[in-house]
Ligand binder design. Structure first.
Ligand SMILES: [Cu+2]
Length: 111
């Protein structure tokens, strides 16, 4: 009985490794930027290549994520609690701003 229990436990562990590990390996890194009080937080962020960055608008005003160098597509106007995500697959420095409030600027450094 004891041996078979171990066998079952081993089987379950084996299953977990097979099922979970590839899933985790395939999952890209993610990072969050909050838009709060007319500012991006964090204002400058360094992430590894392949990271999916998600902006979330915590203000009551709409904001638009616009790439300063047209390196990624402009977001739609984000209402409160709306999100916009960009996956950065090439190294570089990605400056962006809010096209409604151009004094709102931020930078994603991908390396
Ligand atoms: Cu704005």
């Amino acid at each position: 009985m004891k041996a078979s229990r171990h066998a079952v436990a081993g089987l379950l562990l084996g299953l977990c490794c097979c099922v979970v590990a590839p899933c985790m390996a395939a999952k890209a890194a993610t990072s969050q930027v909050e838009i709060r009080n007319f500012a991006f937080a964090p204002n400058t962020m360094t992430v590894p290549v392949g990271t999916r960055v998600t902006w979330t608008n915590r203000d009551d005003e709409p904001h638009v994520i616009t790439s300063a160098g047209k390196q990624f597509a402009t977001s739609p106007a984000l209402d409160t609690s709306d999100t916009y995500a960009v996956t950065f697959s090439k190294p570089g420095t990605y400056a962006y701003y809010c096209s409604i409030h151009p004094m709102m600027v931020g930078t994603i450094i991908v390396q």
